[in-house]
Design a protein around this ligand. Structure first.
Ligand SMILES: *Cc1c(COP(=O)(O)O)cnc(C)c1O
Length: 393
């Protein structure tokens, strides 16, 4: 049996796989078993920030595996502490906890918030329609997408949804019992929707008045992707807790949440923990990744190449007004809203050797590696242009 048939035989049907088999990756390109090269514009769904086969990540992994691959969290671990220091120095937060994934980091954050709010009588979590915070029961309880929620009820008590960017609705839902407001400053899965400055200002005023925690889910948008370290750094706001993951481990599983002084002393020995979280190999790869992004131009390139791509897509929007409805996002987190469903465009682009992702039915979501070059961006745009021109007929 071939690989595809074996997969279909053995796996629960949770993933719809692309119809190519990958042999290896190099920079922003994936090379198939038949030797064809594909430009990857979704970069492991925001994981491969430095593309594939990055020499510094590989070197960091090799160095660490020669020391130890796992050490229990009963031990101090140098790579954990080094990565924590790097993150804290770059963000100004006070404390960190490492997990294995985004969902787990969100789960830990909910627990942190609960413990913080217990004696204050605060218990309600407010999240937004269109949000995605993960698939465990806690994270799913604050995920505002029917597609992911259906059939998994009942959810965590006190999970409330409000409409993204609707200040009036949020005002009507916040009160003294509000424990936390959880949001993606740019919604990823929900279709690259950006929080507007006025809405964020309202959240800030409500937090001042009611004293809830503001939790930023930067799992997809964080660590330089939008041209600043966090997407919320483009706005005038300082969340109390920030959740990160995807690119954090340079391709290895790693997540974390960072908290400010308001939550710094909530956790005490033994009240939260994990066996694998903060794996030393993942942390070593993470150190190499963050240094490249922050100190070696990755973040700056994300900003530059992102604005370039965005301007090119805006040109395509003028050229194909009956195909493209809107162009959104920042840096290497862009959304092109189509006037038709996007799955066929994904298939056509695959034939033209460009890998794109479609979310929320009609939004092409681009999450290219932060190291994308102008030539690569131009190649992608040419392919979009050529396919849009055929679709236009
Ligand atoms: C991917 C994602 C998650 C979940 O992270 P996993 O590592 O898949 O568990 C949560 N929030 C956002 C915004 C994400 O993009």
């Amino acid at each position: 049996m071939d690989l595809k048939a074996r997969e279909e035989e053995y796996f629960f049907k949770t993933y719809k796989r692309l119809d190519i088999e990958i042999a290896r990756g190099e920079g922003c390109w994936l090379i198939s078993k038949t030797g064809e090269r594909y430009l990857d514009l979704f970069g492991g769904l925001a994981v491969n920030s430095l593309g594939y086969n990055h020499p510094k990540i590989n070197e960091a992994i090799r160095t660490q595996i020669n020391k130890y691959i796992h050490l229990s969290n009963l031990f101090l671990q140098e790579s954990q502490v080094d990565l924590a220091e790097l993150l804290i120095k770059n963000t100004g937060y006070k404390k960190i906890f490492f997990s294995n994934s985004g969902t787990e980091a969100m789960e830990g954050t909910i627990k942190l918030a609960r413990k913080w709010g217990k004696e204050k009588g605060k218990s309600e979590l407010i999240a937004f329609h269109g949000s995605f915070h993960g698939r465990t029961m806690g994270a799913l309880s604050i995920t505002g997408r029917e597609k992911y929620r259906n059939g998994y009820e009942p959810f965590l008590q006190g999970s409330i949804f409000s409409t993204y960017n609707d200040a009036q609705e949020l005002i009507s839902k916040v009160n003294q019992k509000t424990l936390a407001v959880v949001l993606e400053f740019i919604q990823g899965e929900g279709g690259i929707n950006e929080a507007d400055a006025q809405f964020v200002q309202t959240i800030s005023e409500l937090r001042e008045k009611f004293g809830f925690l503001l939790i930023a889910d930067e799992i997809q948008s964080g660590i330089g992707r939008t041209g600043k370290f966090f997407a919320f750094n483009h706005l005038n706001i300082a969340p109390d807790v920030v959740v990160i993951a995807k690119p954090l481990g340079g391709g290895l599983p790693l997540g974390a949440f960072l908290g400010n002084e308001r939550v710094a002393d909530v956790f005490t020995y033994g009240v939260h923990g994990t066996t694998f979280g903060g794996n030393p190999v993942a942390c070593s790869a993470g150190i190499a990744t963050i240094k490249e992004i922050v100190e070696n131009g990755g973040m700056q390139n994300a900003e530059n190449i992102g604005s370039y791509l965005k301007s090119k897509f805006n040109e395509l929007k003028l050229k194909y007004p009956n195909l493209i409805k809107d162009v959104r996002g920042r840096g290497c987190m862009l959304g092109i809203e189509l006037k038709h469903e996007g799955e066929s465009l994904v298939t056509e682009m695959l034939k033209n050797k460009v890998l794109i992702n479609c979310t929320n039915t009609n939004v092409i979501r681009l999450l290219p590696p932060l190291i994308l070059t102008k030539d690569e961006a131009d190649f992608a745009i040419e392919q979009f242009d050529s396919i849009f021109s055929t679709l236009n007929k």
